[in-house]
Design a protein around this ligand. Structure first.
Ligand SMILES: *[C@@H]1O[C@H](CO)[C@@H](O)[C@H](O)[C@H]1NC(C)=O
Ligand SMILES: *[C@@H]1O[C@H](CO)[C@@H](O)[C@H](O)[C@H]1NC(C)=O
Ligand SMILES: *[C@@H]1O[C@H](CO)[C@@H](O)[C@H](O)[C@H]1NC(C)=O
Ligand SMILES: *[C@@H]1O[C@H](CO)[C@@H](O)[C@H](O)[C@H]1NC(C)=O
Ligand SMILES: *[C@@H]1O[C@H](CO)[C@@H](O)[C@H](O)[C@H]1NC(C)=O
Ligand SMILES: *[C@@H]1O[C@H](CO)[C@@H](O)[C@H](O)[C@H]1NC(C)=O
Ligand SMILES: *[C@@H]1O[C@H](CO)[C@@H](O)[C@H](O)[C@H]1NC(C)=O
Length: 417
């Protein structure tokens, strides 16, 4: 893959191109004179040092990795953060609106992610909307990916005047947010295991037995074949020792189930997913991303508290550098990486957005008891808040906004095509 030094032609017309390259040239000369470094203009208008440009290349092709956006620390910043106000986001979800549901300690909204060797570009909603003009950005996955999609919609919301945006949600697996003036669609598609499963109903999907059709993805994938940017995740719904794998279809009587070790079935499903991508994705059009595992904080003993606790009552993050809890499974991540490496050998680039480490510190970032309960709480639950605290999802504004800032950096600084 060649390093891109000019604007991609599909982002702007010819005249823009000339003007922007001229601007880039000036910027380049000025920057080189001032600090002796080479700067490049990204597709969203901000400048990056030439070395940082490597971040668009999977961090693998360069011998010295100067900029790893995923390695860094959290810095308290109550000037710039949160990036939007909870109550001002038109499309906020009651599952994630922790302030609305009584959370008083709001420090979790004020943290900025500071990579060790560079800065994250400032999120510019207008610039991203320009980048998404006439395009489709689709998040595909589970409720964590849906949370990230809500965050993205909130991040863009303020930049779009009332009446110039539209949300379409008719209870199907696909929810569409549209920015009319840009003809841009930012969508979420519910497919918690990516492949077909008995949890595919976007509303009622809590079933005791998890059955997965590890070799079938078409039913879902046909909804995002023509997307320009795809952001996948799948992790939480696999957290059990075994899965029931189905050969045959869900409504034929000759289906055969077999219990399969979870890791093996995860590998099968990702193989199906990657085969689909290899055949269907237009390499010169579509940008592909995979969100790494979002950690849970369900066992307080992992961070040195007494057994039986969880994220309930937590108001401070974990400060120990490199802390890794057991709310994620490194074996699953290795399968993701191996699958994506295989795709790379077949000339298809999927960028992993590595949010696991940076989110692992944030034990205080979950809704805990401060969210809408879908079913009324029982007396017993009310007397024992630990029993119903949500230590899986994330409050908004909060951690997923940073995931989107990372995604933004990659969408804009695209060296893959
Ligand atoms: C994710 O980033 C952290 C911090 O840089 C690093 O320690 C870890 O190895 C990365 N994981 C993957 C799967 O890339
Ligand atoms: C921001 O943080 C500083 C230092 O902790 C504090 O004094 C100030 O009141 C905070 N401001 C807001 C708006 O939270
Ligand atoms: C955001 O992007 C728009 C469009 O590219 C640009 O006009 C504007 O100056 C940018 N805003 C900031 C604060 O950089
Ligand atoms: C829901 O909307 C989608 C378009 O996003 C459409 O294809 C589908 O038929 C609709 N379903 C129902 C039940 O109205
Ligand atoms: C399975 O059921 C779906 C709807 O529930 C239907 O559209 C499809 O045709 C059925 N397939 C077979 C093979 O019966
Ligand atoms: C792939 O995408 C490019 C850029 O949008 C387009 O020009 C080309 O026709 C597409 N190729 C196919 C086979 O659809
Ligand atoms: C939660 O915090 C409150 C106030 O600090 C305290 O009274 C209570 O015992 C704590 N509960 C648990 C389960 O830690």
């Amino acid at each position: 893959m060649a390093k891109k030094t000019t604007l991609s032609p599909d982002f702007s017309g010819t005249t823009m191109d000339i003007r922007c390259s001229f601007q880039s040239l000036i910027a380049l000369i000025v920057a080189a004179l001032v600090v002796g470094a080479v700067y490049l203009r990204t597709e969203c208008g901000y400048l990056v040092q030439e070395d940082d440009q490597k971040l668009g290349m999977n961090g693998k092709s360069s011998s010295e990795e100067k900029c790893d956006l995923f390695s860094g620390k959290w810095v308290f910043d109550n000037k710039s953060y949160p990036l939007y106000k909870e109550e001002e986001c038109t499309f906020m979800s009651d599952q994630l609106a922790c302030g609305k549901f009584g959370r008083n300690d709001l420090d979790y909204q004020h943290w900025k992610w500071q990579p060790h060797h560079c800065d994250l570009p400032r999120f510019n909603a207008t610039a991203l909307l320009e980048r998404l003009r006439n395009k489709r950005l689709v998040f595909v996955g589970d409720s964590l990916n849906r949370g990230q999609w809500v965050s993205m919609v909130c991040l863009l919301d303020k930049a779009i005047p009332p009446g110039r945006k539209h949300m379409h949600n008719n209870g199907s697996a696909l929810i569409t947010f549209k920015a009319k003036d840009y003809n841009a669609r930012i969508e979420f598609y519910w497919a918690p295991l990516l492949v077909e499963s008995n949890s595919d109903d976007p509303v009622s999907h809590r079933l005791p037995d998890r059955i997965v059709r590890a070799q079938a993805i078409e039913k879902h994938a046909r909804h995002w074949t023509d997307a320009d940017i795809l952001v996948f995740n799948t992790y939480l719904w696999w957290r059990r020792p075994q899965m029931k794998v189905l050969w045959g279809s869900f409504n034929s009587s000759d289906g055969i189930y077999k219990k399969v070790d979870m890791l093996r079935s995860y590998e099968m499903a990702l193989k199906t997913w990657s085969d689909w991508l290899e055949i269907h994705v237009n390499r010169s059009k579509t940008q592909l991303f995979f969100m790494s595992m979002s950690p849970t904080h369900e066992r307080a003993e992992e961070w040195g508290k007494s057994i039986g606790g969880n994220c309930y009552n937590e108001t401070k993050m974990i400060v120990e550098e490199g802390y890794r809890g057991r709310g994620t499974d490194p074996n699953m991540m290795r399968i993701v990486e191996a699958t994506i490496d295989q795709l790379q050998k077949r000339a298809l680039n999927v960028q992993i957005i590595n949010i696991t480490q940076l989110s692992d510190y944030r034990k205080e970032g979950h809704p805990s008891i401060y969210r809408k309960q879908w079913e009324p709480l029982t007396q017993q639950q009310i007397s024992d808040p630990l029993s119903y605290a949500d230590c899986i999802h994330w409050c908004l504004p909060g951690v997923p906004d940073v995931w989107n800032e990372l995604l933004y950096a990659y969408i804009c600084n695209d060296a893959s095509n």
